[in-house]
Design a protein around this ligand. Structure first.
Ligand SMILES: Cc1cc2nc3c(=O)[nH]c(=O)nc-3n(C[C@H](O)[C@H](O)[C@H](O)COP(=O)(O)O)c2cc1C
Length: 388
């Protein structure tokens, strides 16, 4: 339905006449602080924290300020069509839910709540390998909605194949292979409280329910939890693999494959040569390399280099409708949003994720229209000006 996301604004104001206000803030800048009040320090910092000094996470946000939208008038943008199709997946706006692991640290329903909220809006979710619910249960909660699967590429090929097979059977259509987290970065916020959810058996639902993983254990996870955890921690983020090994995934996954974590033009070209269909320009929300380039900073050069050959998606730092406008104008087919929906989840599960998503999509819809555009397809660099 054209332009309907923006009507969330009318709904909020009308409900205000009956004395009802939104369940929590619509202000992206206030969302993090509000989530902090609801979470213990371990879970809060696991989400909010970043690698090292947090310089990359800060750069991600600052990079959006380096571009400014130049609004155009009298363009007849009253009726808008936000929808798009990326790698065969139709979506109501160029926005997907980023893979975020261990969601049960934020709400007991975790990924199930996210899957339900995503399905209500038709927004595709990307399920993390580090899910706290099995991929079959998440698929069921997600119903007929579009969904992709994010792979942390396990070192054991049998386990990898088994997980891919389950994902296919559960209706996940595209595979997002995360390359930037083959080991965890130095994250002082988590280190200071010695908080790592996986060691507490959170985010292990997929392997622990996997026949190939279980077959490799002497005792089941139910009988010997510490050994199962240790084996998975050893396996699951993989080691730094090589470009030629991508052939293995191409051979065993018949849908589109995207590589997540690309920040260099040469790596984007290698992705094209490796025969994948998409890339996600991402620095994991600044959670991996401290002192790195902002993801938005490298988006234009990467989109220029490979945007004709593969679908270029973007994440790291997207918080507002204007951010979506800017990323799409700089060459992204769609963006992934991470921490904001995680904070929404912390505010009441499905309802919280829904509110955050509706707010972001309403903001995007209105900003798109007010800047003079009827669809994301009309956005290009003419819509922006670099800050001097
Ligand atoms: C708590 C948390 C957990 C995450 N878990 C994963 C994961 O399991 N797999 C993955 O590919 N990326 C993961 N990411 C990274 C996101 O997919 C995404 O790249 C990042 O959050 C985007 O930045 P943003 O949070 O600034 O939007 C995680 C991010 C956060 C905040």
């Amino acid at each position: 339905m054209p332009g309907t996301f923006g009507s969330y604004q009318n709904e909020i104001y009308l409900q205000g006449l009956a004395g009802t206000v939104p369940p929590f803030t619509t202000d992206p800048d206030a969302l993090e602080a509000s989530a902090r009040e609801r979470l213990g320090p371990g879970p809060f910092w696991y989400v909010a924290g970043a690698a090292g000094t947090g310089a990359t996470a800060r750069a991600n946000r600052e990079a959006f300020d380096d571009w400014r939208i130049v609004p155009r008038m009298l363009t007849d943008a009253t009726t808008r069509h936000l929808g798009t199709t990326v790698l065969g997946t139709t979506m109501p706006a160029p926005v997907l839910l980023a893979p975020v692991g261990v969601q049960s640290i934020l709400h007991p329903d975790g990924e199930l709540a996210t899957a339900r909220a995503a399905a209500e809006l038709g927004v595709p979710m990307i399920l993390s390998t580090a899910s706290s619910h099995t991929l079959e249960d998440v698929a069921e909660a997600n119903g007929d909605a579009p969904r992709w699967f994010q792979l942390y590429w396990p070192n054991d090929p049998e386990v990898c194949l088994s997980i891919l097979d389950r994902a296919k059977k559960a209706g996940f259509t595209a595979l997002v292979v995360t390359l930037d987290t083959w080991t965890l970065a130095w994250r002082p916020h988590d280190l200071d409280s010695a908080y790592l959810p996986f060691l507490r058996a959170v985010g292990t639902a997929i392997p622990f329910s996997d026949p190939a993983f279980r077959a490799g254990l002497e005792k089941s996870p139910e009988d010997d939890l510490p050994m199962a955890i240790l084996r998975w921690v050893h396996l699951f983020t993989g080691t730094d693999k090589s470009w030629d090994q991508l052939a293995f995934l191409r051979e065993h996954w018949d849908g589109p494959i995207l590589l997540k974590g690309i920040q260099h033009v040469d790596d984007a070209r290698k992705a094209v040569d490796a025969g994948v269909q998409g890339i996600v320009v991402s620095n994991h929300g600044g959670r991996q390399v401290d002192g790195a380039v902002a993801s938005l900073e490298v988006l234009p050069e990467i989109a220029d280099a490979v945007g004709e050959q593969v679908d270029v998606l973007f994440d790291s730092g997207v918080r507002t409708g204007a951010d979506v406008v800017k990323a799409v104008a700089l060459g992204a087919k769609a963006v992934l949003v991470g921490r904001p929906f995680a904070y929404g989840l912390a505010h009441g599960g499905q309802v919280g994720v829904r509110h955050v998503l509706r707010s972001l999509l309403a903001d995007f819809d209105l900003t798109l229209g007010l800047s003079g555009h009827r669809s994301p397809a009309e956005l290009n660099r003419d819509a922006l000006r670099a800050r001097r």
